[in-house]
Design a protein around this ligand. Structure first.
Ligand SMILES: [Zn+2]
Ligand SMILES: [Zn+2]
Length: 392
C-alpha cells in the first residue's frame, strides 16, 4: 500500500469522526473505527486500556529500538458553530481541539509503515482517550501501557492554529504548562436584598476571592516563569432582590515550572482562608485534574527537529520553528514524558479559529504532512545505531 491513495479515505474518515464527536472515556465509536481500520491493515489492535484506548504495534521481528507514537481521540463539551458538511451531529459535543485530525494522521502513519516497514525495531501506535481533562495518558500508563508496550522514547503531535499550514514547531524543555483545576464553593447566609446586615453575602466574598487570586501571578510567582490564574465560572443567586447563600466558582492554574504551579496552589489556599476571615463565609476549595508540565527532552527534540528539517528540504513549506514559544495550555502527554524521554511537537493548522472555539476545524490539508512526519520520525528512530536495547 502507498500513502497517497489513502489520503482521500483518511480525509473522509476525519470528517466522519468530526461529525460524531465523543467525550472523554466515551470514545466507543471512535475506538471501534480505529481498531477496525488498523485490523484491515494487518495490525492486531489491543483494546480497552483506559476504557477506550487502542494500541497497535508494528513489530519488524528484528531486534531494535522501540518507540511510542501517540494521538488523542476525544472531543470537547462545546456546541459547534460551523457551516461545513461535517458539522457535529451532537449539540454540546465537538472536535474543537482537532483530535479527529490527530487520530487519522496517526492511522495514516500506521498504514504507511505497514506498507513499507522499517528494517528493525518496533513502533507502538497509541490512540488515547480523554486528553481533555481526563488525564487519559495517565490512566493508560497506570493500566500498564509501558509494560505491555515497552518503549524507549515517546512522541506526540498537536495541530496549532496560527502556525502556517503544515509548518512544524517544537522546542526543548517545557512546551506546555502544568495545571491544576479547582472549584471553590463559597457558603454564606441568604437574606433580603434590603437587609444585607442579616446576610453573609457569598457574592461580595466571592468577588473579593476572584480579585485577590489575580495577585498571585503578580506577586507570588517568579516573573520570569510564565503562569496563569483564570477564574472561568462564577454562579450565584436566583433573582435581583435576594442575597443568595452560596456561590460556585471554578477555574484553573497554569505554569511552565512545577515550583510556580505549587506556589499558585498554596497562594490560592491562603486567599481562600483570608477571604473566609474577612467576610465570615466558608470556602470549600478543591483542587483536581493535575497535569504535569510537558517537558521535551533535548536529544529527542533535536531528533524531531532533524526529521522536520529533512521534510522541509523536500517541500516549499516554511522551515520548522525549532524554538517554538511554549503555551500555557496543558496537555496530558506530559505524563508520558515523565516516564520516557520524547518530544511533543506542533503542526500548523493555518489561520483557523483557535483551539476549543466553536468555529474551529482541523485543516485536512495537513494530514499528509503529519503522516510524513510520523513515518519519517519512526524510520529515523528505528535506524539509529546507538540504540542498543529493545527494552528500557
Ligand atoms: Zn484541547
Ligand atoms: Zn488537544
Amino acid at each position: 500500500m502507498r500513502v497517497t491513495p489513502v489520503i482521500d479515505h483518511l480525509v473522509a474518515l476525519r470528517r466522519d469522526l468530526h461529525a460524531h464527536p465523543e467525550l472523554r472515556f466515551e470514545e466507543v465509536r471512535t475506538a471501534g473505527i480505529v481498531a477496525d481500520q488498523l485490523a484491515q491493515w494487518g495490525y492486531r489492535p489491543h483494546r480497552g486500556l483506559a476504557k477506550t484506548g487502542v494500541v497497535a504495534s508494528l513489530d519488524t521481528g528484528r531486534p531494535g529500538p522501540s518507540i511510542l507514537l501517540r494521538a488523542d481521540m476525544d472531543a470537547l463539551p462545546v456546541t459547534e458553530r460551523a457551516e461545513h458538511d461535517h458539522v457535529s451531529r451532537h449539540a454540546g459535543r465537538m472536535h474543537a481541539c482537532g483530535h479527529d485530525g490527530h487520530t487519522v494522521m496517526l492511522l495514516g502513519a500506521a498504514a504507511e509503515l505497514a506498507a513499507r516497514p522499517p528494517a528493525r525495531g518496533r513502533v507502538h501506535f497509541v490512540f488515547q482517550p480523554a486528553e481533555e481533562g481526563g488525564a487519559g495518558a495517565d490512566v493508560m500508563i497506570r493500566e500498564g501501557l509501558f509494560d505491555l508496550f515497552p518503549s524507549q522514547r515517546c512522541f506526540g503531535l498537536h495541530n496549532w492554529p496560527g502556525l502556517a499550514v503544515g509548518r512544524f514547531g517544537v522546542r526543548a524543555g517545557p512546551i506546555m504548562a502544568g495545571g491544576w483545576r479547582f472549584s471553590a464553593t463559597v457558603s454564606g447566609r441568604g437574606a433580603h436584598a434590603a437587609q444585607p446586615h442579616r446576610a453573609i453575602d457569598p457574592v461580595v466574598a466571592g468577588a473579593a476571592f476572584v480579585q485577590a487570586a489575580q495577585h498571585l501571578v503578580a506577586r507570588r510567582t517568579d516573573p520570569l516563569v510564565p503562569a496563569v490564574v483564570s477564574i472561568c465560572m462564577f454562579h450565584a443567586g436566583s433573582t435581583d432582590n435576594i442575597l443568595p447563600d452560596r456561590a460556585e466558582i471554578a477555574g484553573t492554574l497554569r505554569a511552565l515550572a512545577p515550583g510556580a504551579l505549587e506556589a499558585l496552589k498554596e497562594g490560592l489556599r491562603e486567599v481562600a482562608e483570608g477571604t473566609e476571615r474577612a467576610f465570615g463565609v466558608r470556602i470549600a476549595l478543591l483542587f483536581h485534574s493535575p497535569y504535569p508540565v510537558t517537558v521535551n527532552s533535548p536529544a529527542e527534540t533535536a531528533l524531531a527537529g532533524a526529521v522536520m528539517t529533512g521534510l522541509d528540504a523536500s517541500t516549499d513549506e516554511a522551515p520548522a520553528d525549532l524554538d517554538l514559544p511554549p503555551s500555557l495550555a496543558s496537555e496530558d502527554f506530559g505524563f508520558m514524558l515523565e516516564r520516557r524521554p520524547g518530544a511533543y511537537a506542533m503542526i500548523g493548522n493555518g489561520p483557523s479559529a483557535p483551539l476549543h472555539a466553536p468555529d474551529y476545524d482541523f485543516n485536512d490539508r495537513i494530514i499528509p504532512r503529519g503522516i510524513a512526519y510520523w513515518a519519517a520520525l519512526a524510520r529515523h528512530c528505528l535506524s539509529e545505531a546507538q540504540q542498543k536495547d529493545t527494552h528500557e
